[in-house]
Design a protein around this ligand. Structure first.
Ligand SMILES: Cc1cc2nc3c(=O)[nH]c(=O)nc-3n(C[C@H](O)[C@H](O)[C@H](O)COP(=O)(O)OP(=O)(O)OC[C@H]3O[C@@H](n4cnc5c(N)ncnc54)[C@H](O)[C@@H]3O)c2cc1C
Length: 650
């Protein structure tokens, strides 16, 4: 019961928890007993051999006997608990959290020019740049702890319901206006043409050809289910909002404060210099700004907290008002603009291009370039349909080898080169190389390389990743969604702050037309609200991470069923029958830690933690998005290029 209460307080909020008990739907009513594809992929035999146990939630799930067979053989089609899936992280947690001492390694008869730790975008790009620098005969081993490559670039592929349907389990936006020249060059080398992607991009986060944004107030939190169509907290309709606001199931004073707020057009900082206004915007949280300058009640301002969860991995009560200008939430109408949010605002926060499986396509193109035998004939024109042959990823004769389910536990400078120890299938193994690139993330590096200078390890520990959550649910059809004219909805009271209908990324061989009413993925997107958002932001991240890891698959399933039933039920959606599959992509180590106005000081150039953390150490260099202190795919690529440039000659 204690755990249920803890999750309940996160899903709703403390004051509404009595309503939650009264309004909770039974598991039977929600169809929790229905036989859907919800497989979890578990490697408990190899973990047991190291004395490592499954997390409590997963063990209970397994013991419950509910769908724990070994997953499909092709990783992208695996459903159930993905992202940081059971079996991927236990070795790293034993090392970092428990200080576990592993048995002496067995030396493999394998010598490389480069070993890369981490098969995400940064690690794959590092291998690509290494070959460019040292030539195609360079021997490279990439170690990745998950059962798929790509890291946050995760392809979710569904085949239930007769047609392949794609969605993204992690990074999706290519923020092309922000690309460096070098990232543009890499895209060109991989055959990625942004203009072609834009031609097929109709998803547009609710601004596409069909459907509109909505707000969904749920009964457990707000007393009744209420879907307010054609209304968004971000980049939506700007006028005639009163009728919509009248339907919000909140107090009358709060509704009136919202109506006045949306109707205003003034400049609350009139008479102040631009610098003074900027300083004020950077020193106040967005929700405090809404209350102090926007006149919102506490209750009304709290509705906006989860809006930034997916965008920033942080609630709007912990982001500054200045930071929220970029998040397309209403603010600029109080700063002298006629518009609620910045010009060109989109729900993604800016101009983006997209593949149907998100930036998993970038990872796949990199793997294809590094190991052509894994996907012969695949290129940027047909990539969406290409099936990769995972048995070719780690072939002895290939200059580049990608070894999945392999967790590095030690990396050291040795004998003019490096040694890397890792755990695979319960075995502790060691390989040597000329160079090693750490393309994992900063927080694990002090445990992999205890010999690093203390100041560098302290800097690495500073960057605490932001937990993220992307849950894809395949629906039998989109009839209820079409009837309600939805493209997505914000859910201010729920675990995932937003849900999107995934259609309209019609490119690289794939298309899912908005008029097709067949099986459709919906993507639940967000973070985990921390139990206490008044504590420093890094403590929030750690507490959210603990909650995320404690939640079982059933918790996520119950959550998405509750939302879909409340939101779509009135339009004919049958929650017990109309859900075909669920894939939970949990990312306890999600967005790279970028510095925030309210929580981090300003450092002189060269002295910021990420700059100290990423310094090369002998023959070891450090890539990954943390090294750029920015949660972006293109930054992960830039950091890979920098890291390879820092290595000495071969
Ligand atoms: C849900 C989500 C959505 C995002 N959306 C966007 C977006 O739309 N646009 C955008 O530009 N950016 C986005 N990002 C950020 C972007 O994903 C990242 O910046 C980028 O993909 C990070 O790449 P990386 O290689 O540095 O790290 P990762 O993707 O984390 O890859 C590192 C890999 O190393 C592995 N690893 C760690 N330790 C070890 C070890 N000891 N041994 C072996 N392997 C190890 C990790 O498990 C991981 O698989 C998103 C991130 C998340 C989580």
């Amino acid at each position: 019961m204690a755990f249920e209460r803890m999750v309940a307080s996160v899903l709703a909020n403390e004051t509404a928890s009595y309503i939650l008990v009264a309004m909770k739907k039974t598991d039977r009513r929600l169809g929790m007993d229905r036989d859907i594809t919800r497989r979890d992929f578990i490697h408990d035999i190899s973990l047991a051999s190291l004395g490592l146990a499954l997390p409590a939630g997963m063990a209970a799930h397994a013991a419950g006997g509910k769908a724990i067979p070994v997953g499909e053989s092709y990783p992208p089609v695996r459903t159930g608990m993905r992202g940081s899936h059971p079996g991927a992280f236990e070795v790293a947690h034993a090392l970092a959290r428990e200080g576990k001492k592993f048995p002496a390694p067995t030396d493999l008869d394998e010598t490389y020019d480069l070993v890369v730790v981490g098969g995400g975008i940064s690690g794959l790009a590092a291998a690509f740049y290494y070959r460019k620098r040292f030539g195609p005969d360079a021997r490279i081993l990439i170690l990745e702890n998950h059962d798929d490559f790509g890291g946050h670039a995760k392809r979710n592929e569904f085949h239930q319901g007769g047609q392949m349907r794609l969605s993204w389990g992690g990074t999706m936006n290519l923020e092309y206006p922000l690309f460096s020249d070098e990232v543009n060059e890499l895209m060109a080398e991989l055959g990625v043409d942004i203009d072609t992607l834009l031609e097929g991009y109709h998803f547009r986060y609710g601004s596409g050809p069909k459907g509109k944004h909505a707000l969904f107030f749920d009964a457990e939190t707000f007393g009744r289910d209420e879907l307010v169509q054609d209304f968004s907290f971000r980049a939506g309709r700007e006028t005639d909002l009163d009728d919509s606001i009248d339907r919000f199931p909140i107090g009358e004073e709060s509704r009136e404060s919202l109506k006045k707020f949306y109707a205003r057009r003034d400049n609350v900082f009139a008479g102040k210099s631009a610098d003074e206004a900027q300083a004020l915007l950077r020193s106040i949280s967005y929700t405090d700004f809404l209350k102090k300058y926007g006149g919102l009640t506490d209750e009304a301002a709290a509705l906006f907290i989860r809006v930034t969860h997916g965008y920033a991995g942080v609630g709007a009560d912990s982001l500054s008002a200045a930071e929220c200008i970029g998040a397309s939430v209403p603010i600029t109408h109080l700063l002298g603009s006629p518009h609620l949010s910045g010009s060109g605002a989109t729900d993604a926060g800016g101009d983006v291009a997209m593949f149907p499986d998100g930036n998993a396509s970038i990872a796949r193109l990199l793997v294809q370039a590094l190991i052509p035998a894994a996907a012969p004939g695949a290129d940027a024109s047909n990539l969406a349909l290409a099936r990769f042959d995972y048995s070719k990823l780690d072939e002895a004769g290939s200059p580049v080898r990608l070894r999945l389910e392999s967790t590095a536990i030690n990396v050291a400078n040795r004998n003019g080169g490096t040694s890397t120890t890792y755990v695979n299938d319960g075995r502790v193994l060691r390989v040597t190389a000329k160079h090693t690139v750490l393309a994992c993330y900063h927080a694990i590096i002090p445990h992999l390389c205890p010999e690093l200078p203390e100041s560098q390890k302290d800097a690495q520990k500073y960057q605490v990743k932001r937990p993220l959550l992307v849950t894809n649910v395949l629906l039998r059809d989109s009839k209820a969604i079409d009837k309600l004219e939805l493209s997505g909805a914000y859910c201010p009271g729920r675990l995932h702050g937003a849900v999107w209908v995934v259609k309209g990324v019609d490119t690289v061989g794939y298309s899912h037309d908005w008029d097709d009413s067949g099986p459709v993925p919906v993507m639940f997107w967000g973070s985990i609200a921390p139990p206490d958002s008044s504590v420093p932001v890094k403590e929030q991240h750690r507490a959210s991470r603990a909650l995320l890891l404690a939640m079982s698959f059933d918790d996520f399933e119950r959550e998405v069923r509750t939302v879909l039933d409340g939101m779509l039920g009135p339009a004919g959606f049958e929650v017990q029958d109309d859900i075909l599959a669920i894939t939970v992509n949990r990312w306890p180590h999600g967005y790279a830690y970028g510095y925030l106005d309210l929580w981090d000081p300003e450092w002189p150039e060269g002295k910021a933690p990420h700059e100290i953390a990423r310094r090369p150490y002998g023959n070891i260099a450090i890539a990954n998005a943390d090294a750029g202190a920015a949660a972006n795919t293109h930054i992960a690529i830039d950091e890979a290029r920098r890291a390879i440039g820092e290595l000495g000659g071969r």
